[in-house]
Design a protein around this ligand. Structure first.
Ligand code: SIN
Length: 504
C-alpha cells in the first residue's frame, strides 16, 4: 500500500459549502484536498446565486419564524436555530472580513452597514447582496482564497466517481481526472457536490448538477431524507439559449406577475401576493400559464435599470424587451432534501460529511426560504470543516477502476439523459399525480438497469454522472410516490388539476 495517495480531509465540490469546509479545516492546520469537477467558476451553482445571503438583523426569532413558515411548518427547529444563531458571525468573519466580498452598502444606521434587500416570505429587509450577482462575487473570492492557501490542495476538472468504504466507514473516494481513475484515502470525506438540476429539462443550475454526492452516499448506504422536496423557482425566463433566473429580489422591490390577459393574479392565490412562499408562487405561475398561455413579470414599478443593472444587461443580451414585461415560467431550482446530516454535517456513515445543497440539514423542510442556501452552505461548511480533521486516513487494497473498458459511445449518456429529463419534467415536476409517479418509477427503474449494466464494465465521467442522475431521480420519484400528503414543494393533484384551474 506504500505510495497510495491520502489526505486528512477530502472535500468534493468547490462551491461555497466546499470552500467553507476547506477554509475551516485549514484553520485547524489540517491537510486538505479539495476536488471539484468544475473547469470554471461558472460550473458551480454558487456562481449563479443572484439574490444574496439572509442574515439576522434586530429580530433573529422572526428570521427563524420566516424560515419555518416558508417551509409550511416542516423545517427542523433545531437546525433553524443553528443556521440563524451562527449566521452573522459566519458572514462577518468569512465573507466580510476574510474574503472582503463587496456587498452593496447602506445608510450607515446598521451594525452591518449594508443595503439589505427583501425577498418573498421574509418579514423584513435582511438580504446582503452585490447587485443581483451575489454568488459570483462570493465564489470568485473564495476560489482565490483556497487556491492560494498553502494547506489546501485544489484539484479542478476532477470528479469523484464512488466512495471507498470499509465496514460502514467511508475511507475516501475514487477520483477521475483526464480519464484516469485513482483512489484517494481520507480521514474524513466531505461531500459538497451541489444540486440536481440536470435531472430536469429546465433548471437554473449549471450543467453538471447531476446529484453526484447524493448518489455516491446513497449507494454507500448513507441515509437520505426529504428527496421529494424539489423546489421550482417561479420567475425564470427560458428560451433556446437556456434559462435566465429573474431574482426574487425584483419582486421584493415591487414587481408584479400578470397573466396573458394582463391580470395581476397573485392576490387571488395568497394574501402575501407576489411575496408568498416560493412554492405557492411557482404553482400559481404554472396554473396561470396553463390557463392563459403566458405569465409576465411586470417591472414597471421598479427602478429595474438602477437596482438590477446586471439583470438588465443579461436581459438585453438575450433580446428580452423587459420594459414590456419579462415572460417567466417556473424551473427547477433547488433540492431541499439530500444526505441526512447532523448539526456538524456528519452523515450516517463514519468518516462521511455532507454540506450545501447535497445535504439535508432539516433547515428547509418542504420548501426553502429565499436566500438561505448560500447561508446554509457557509454555516454547515464551516462547522463540518472544523469537525472533520483529526482522523488518520486508512489506505487499503481496492479494485483498480482503470482496468475497465473506457470506450462508450458518446450518444449513450446523451440519449439516456434526454429520457430521464423527459420523465422528470413530465411526471415528477411541480404537480404530481400518483399514477404518473408510478409510471415514472417504472421508466426510471428500467433506465437505471441499463446504466448499471454499463457501469459494471466501463468507467467514464459521463457514465457515472448518468448513473448518479438515475439513482437520484429514482430517490426523488420514490419519495414522492411514498408521500401522500401535499406539503410545500410536494404537490399532489388529481389528473385533471394538472392542466390548471383558475383560482376564483
Ligand atoms: C433568487 O435570487 O431569486 C434566488 C435566491 C434563492 O434561491 O435563494
Amino acid at each position: 500500500m506504500a505510495g497510495q495517495e491520502s489526505t486528512e480531509v477530502l472535500i468534493v465540490g468547490g462551491g461555497i459549502a466546499g470552500c467553507a469546509a476547506a477554509l475551516a479545516s485549514a484553520r485547524t492546520d489540517a491537510e486538505v484536498t479539495l476536488a471539484t469537477k468544475a473547469r470554471r467558476p461558472e460550473d458551480a451553482s454558487t456562481w449563479w446565486a443572484q439574490g444574496g445571503i439572509a442574515i439576522s438583523r434586530d429580530d433573529p426569532e422572526q428570521f427563524k419564524q420566516d424560515i419555518i413558515d416558508a417551509s409550511a411548518g416542516t423545517a427542523d427547529p433545531e437546525a433553524v436555530d443553528v443556521l440563524v444563531e451562527k449566521a452573522n458571525d459566519a458572514v462577518r468573519d468569512v465573507l466580510v472580513e476574510t474574503l472582503e466580498v463587496p456587498f452593496d452598502t447602506g445608510d450607515g444606521n446598521d451594525d452591518f452597514d449594508f443595503d439589505f434587500g427583501r425577498e418573498a416570505a421574509h418579514d423584513e429587509e435582511r438580504i446582503l447582496h452585490v447587485d443581483a450577482s451575489t454568488g459570483s462575487y462570493v465564489l470568485e473570492r473564495f476560489l482565490a482564497f483556497v487556491d492560494d492557501h498553502p494547506d489546501i490542495h485544489v484539484l479542478d476538472d476532477t470528479a469523484a466517481l464512488d466512495l471507498i468504504t470499509h465496514e460502514g466507514e467511508v475511507r475516501g473516494a475514487y477520483l477521475e481526472s483526464g480519464g484516469d481513475v485513482r483512489p484517494i484515502f481520507a480521514g474524513a470525506t466531505v461531500l459538497a457536490t451541489g444540486g440536481v438540476g440536470d435531472l430536469y429539462p429546465e433548471s437554473t443550475n449549471p450543467s453538471g448538477s447531476t446529484g453526484d454526492g447524493i448518489a455516491m452516499a446513497a449507494l454507500a448506504g448513507a441515509d437520505v431524507a426529504d428527496m421529494e422536496f424539489v423546489q421550482f423557482h417561479p420567475t425564470v425566463y427560458v428560451d433556446e439559449g437556456g434559462t435566465l433566473l429573474i431574482s426574487e429580489a425584483v419582486r421584493g422591490e415591487g414587481a408584479i406577475l400578470q397573466n396573458a390577459y394582463g391580470e395581476r393574479f397573485m392576490p387571488a392565490y395568497d394574501e402575501d401576493a407576489e411575496l408568498a412562499p416560493r412554492d405557492v408562487v411557482a404553482r400559481a405561475v404554472k396554473r396561470e400559464r396553463d390557463l392563459s398561455g403566458e405569465v409576465f413579470l411586470d417591472v414597471s414599478e421598479v427602478d429595474f435599470a438602477g437596482q438590477f443593472p446586471d439583470l438588465v444587461e443579461q436581459c438585453e443580451q438575450r433580446g428580452i424587451d423587459w420594459e414590456s414585461g419579462i415572460p417567466v415560467t417556473p424551473a427547477q431550482h433547488f433540492l431541499c432534501g439530500g444526505i441526512s446530516v447532523d448539526g456538524r454535517g456528519r452523515a450516517s456513515l463514519d468518516g462521511l460529511y455532507a454540506v450545501g445543497e447535497c445535504a439535508h440539514t432539516g433547515v428547509h423542510g418542504a420548501n426553502r426560504l429565499a436566500s438561505t442556501s448560500l447561508l446554509e452552505g457557509l454555516v454547515w461548511g464551516l462547522r463540518a470543516g472544523e469537525d472533520a480533521p483529526g482522523r488518520e486516513p486508512m489506505p487499503m487494497d481496492v479494485p483498480d477502476l482503470n482496468d475497465r473498458d473506457p470506450a462508450l459511445p458518446d450518444s449513450f449518456a446523451r440519449e439516456k439523459f434526454t429520457r430521464l429529463r423527459r420523465v422528470m419534467g413530465e411526471y415528477v415536476d411541480i404537480d404530481r399525480d400518483p399514477d404518473e409517479l408510478d409510471r415514472a418509477l417504472g421508466v426510471l427503474r428500467r433506465l437505471k438497469g441499463e446504466v448499471d449494466a454499463y457501469v459494471r464494465t466501463r468507467t467514464s465521467r459521463s457514465l457515472y454522472e448518468l448513473r448518479n442522475a438515475s439513482v437520484v431521480a429514482l430517490l426523488i420519484a420514490r419519495a414522492a410516490a411514498e408521500n401522500d400528503e401535499s406539503v410545500g414543494t410536494h404537490n399532489l393533484v388529481e389528473p385533471e388539476e394538472s392542466v390548471g384551474l383558475h383560482a376564483e
